[in-house]
Design a protein around this ligand. Structure first.
Ligand code: IPE
Ligand code: IPE
Ligand code: MG
Ligand code: MG
Ligand code: MG
Length: 364
């Protein structure tokens, strides 16, 4: 069998996610500057590592990643919102992101805040984009509210939910300028790109569990809590407990939820979920340690964001407590542990194994 090539895997999966996002955000919404601001950061580049982790962990559970593209892609909306807000003057005050001026530099602070808000909320709309083509069948609606084992047919091929249409079309009165061009209908090409995913079935109960998992990991008890502690800890003496709290929450929480999406949507057993949760936590913590190291050692051009930003803001980082060598060792240990946890999985988990190895070597 041909050797697994992580570069090709990452590229293929990134393209899969990007083409779904492209078709989802092809239809302009009003005001157009908000739509532009959302698209600006979303399509500025980015590794798409969180959606890819979700797809890879679903694959590790023996399922076809094409089944869960909307749910995986939604993770990128949450992540992109967090980057836009993270760069704001009141937060890290950075000027460069994904190789381009930061969102607030182009659209102003108010629009950047709102673009972030919109991406976060849109993520949950995207994740639940499982209505059959309109009109939704009574059966599927009833099945969903019962929350039992009945399956909802996923319509991954559509752009935004039908319920968005009155807003998009400006039919709610006064939302559309008189001379606005009519919005372009959702392209049908998305249908082909996601490769027959409209036939896929996801258990409503599994989707509900994923949504709750992601909401918790992105909120005050997860990413936002970590971001708050990150800000509170600027200019303070580093200590391991606070550092660990910051990194586990601001970064590892969403990465762990991304990995957990796979086994939850695949309806895997609790042991599988437990193992993949540990993999996610270890890689998530390692991910932020590498990010800290790259902030010291990386170059702005390769990173697409300004190196030295942490030192300028006197952030509490791994290098600030353990220096570069100690931080690198810690990241290596976490990645080795993550790969070790996968020993109970077949070769179907090779993408997860190789992603972990890639994360330690990454230069951006
Ligand atoms: C950067 O995340 C912010 C952190 C949580 C460390 P990524 O390194 O995944 O950024 P993109 O998405 O590739 O730009
Ligand atoms: C941010 O951490 C984590 C987020 C939740 C966005 P950083 O502040 O270190 O991320 P970068 O280095 O700006 O990408
Ligand atoms: Mg930050
Ligand atoms: Mg930052
Ligand atoms: Mg950083």
């Amino acid at each position: 069998m041909a050797k697994f090539d992580i570069k090709t895997y990452l590229k293929d999966k990134r393209e899969l996610v990007d083409s779904y996002l492209e078709s989802y955000f092809a239809t302009p919404s009003l005001p157009s500057v908000l739509h532009e601001a959302m698209r600006y950061s979303l399509f500025a580049g980015g590794k798409r590592i969180r959606p890819i982790l979700a797809l890879a962990s679903y694959e590790a559970c023996g399922r076809d990643p094409n089944d869960i593209i909307p749910q995986a892609a939604a993770l990128e909306l949450i992540h992109t919102y967090s980057l836009i807000h993270d760069d704001l003057p009141a937060m890290d005050n950075d000027d460069l992101r994904r190789g381009k001026p930061t969102n607030h530099k182009v659209f102003g602070e108010a629009m950047a805040i709102l673009a972030g808000d919109a991406l976060l909320t849109e993520a949950f709309s995207m994740m639940t984009n499982t209505n059959p083509p309109s009109p939704p069948s009574v059966a599927s609606r009833t099945d969903f509210t019962k929350g039992g084992n009945t399956e909802v047919r996923a319509s991954f091929t559509k752009g935004r939910d039908n319920n968005m249409e009155p807003f998009a079309k400006g039919e709610m009165g006064g939302l559309s300028g008189e001379n606005s061009p009519p919005p372009t209908p959702p392209p049908s090409r998305g249908r082909d790109r996601v490769g027959g995913a409209s036939d896929m079935k996801i258990k409503p109960s599994a989707l509900m569990r994923v949504i709750r998992d992601i909401a918790i990991s992105a909120g005050a008890c997860g990413m936002v809590g970590g971001q708050a502690q990150d800000i509170l800890s600027e200019n303070t003496k580093p200590d391991i407990d606070t550092l660990h709290f910051i990194h586990l929450h601001k970064t590892a929480a969403l990465i762990t939820a991304s990995v957990r999406m796979g086994p939850i949507l695949a309806d895997s057993d609790e042991d599988t979920l437990k193992a993949l949760t540990s993999y996610g936590k270890n890689t998530g913590l390692a991910f932020q340690i590498i990010d800290d190291i790259l902030d010291v050692e990386g170059n702005t051009k390769e990173l697409g964001k300004s190196s030295g930003s942490d030192k300028k803001k006197k952030k509490m980082t791994y290098p600030s407590l353990f220096r570069i060598e100690g931080s690198r060792q810690k990241a290596h240990d976490l990645i080795s542990e993550a790969i070790n946890i996968l020993r109970i999985f077949s070769s179907k988990a090779d993408p997860l194994r190789e992603i972990a190895r890639y994360l330690i070597k990454r230069r951006s």
